[in-house]
Design a protein. Structure first.
Length: 220
């Protein structure tokens, strides 16, 4: 089963509230992208203005996943878990001791920890952490930390190859997901698709979301 997850790249905390208002009741989960300007050049809330991490809105049934595109994500993860995050996404390229860092974040209360992989990073890099992680997120763009980037076709082969070797591992994709690419990613084996610009830059967010969700049903 493939799930469409709106990806929010907030400049300020209120951006999260506004995005939730557009999709509340239509999705089970949202992804919040967090960039520190070090692991990737771009910054998002809370790093743009140095804000404290506030409690995520709890007057909703939304499941929060936090994509930590930051250096030393294990340091920041605890604050987001306390704020209400249930799933933490770590980028393998930012981890010095992946097994220990994943374990530390789970000890802080994360329900799930997912490991993300850039298109240039070999799939084999994941082998030593799969037994500790709760899934894998493939990045569908070469330049992470920005929405609206061109889809990197290489991710299709990466997902297909990984799925053949690890059929039981949950696969997510973030970056470049659109009405055109979503069916390709689903066919390759993705079960979660994080959608950013294809949703937020559409003329009608609810219609765009419904169309993306229907693509799942149309491919199974």
């Amino acid at each position: 089963m493939t799930e469409i997850i709106p990806a929010i790249m907030p400049k300020q905390f209120n951006d999260i509230k506004e995005a939730l208002a557009d999709v509340e009741g239509l999705v089970r989960a949202v992804q919040i992208d967090v960039m520190d300007g070090e692991f990737v050049p771009s910054k998002s809330w809370p790093f743009i203005h140095g804000d404290a991490i506030q409690e995520l809105p709890q007057n909703t049934d939304i499941f929060y996943e936090i994509d930590l595109m930051v250096e030393h994500p294990e340091v920041l993860a605890g604050d987001f878990i306390e704020a209400g995050a249930q799933r933490i996404i770590l980028h393998i390229e930012s981890l010095q001791e992946p097994q220990g860092q994943i374990a530390a974040i789970k000890e802080k209360g994360a329900r799930e920890v997912v490991v993300a992989l850039n298109t240039d990073t070999p799939n084999e890099t994941l082998e030593d952490v799969l037994e500790y992680a709760d899934g894998v997120q493939f990045m569908g763009i070469a330049r992470i930390g920005y929405q609206g980037q061109q889809f990197d076709e290489r991710v299709i082969d990466k997902i297909t190859s990984f799925k053949e070797m690890h059929p039981d591992v949950t696969i997510s994709v973030d970056g470049g997901v659109s009405i055109r690419t979503a069916p390709l990613l689903i066919e390759a084996g993705a079960s979660r698709l994080a959608v950013g610009s294809a949703l937020w830059q559409s003329e009608n967010i609810k219609e765009a979301l419904a169309t993306l969700q229907s693509l799942y049903y149309g491919t199974h």
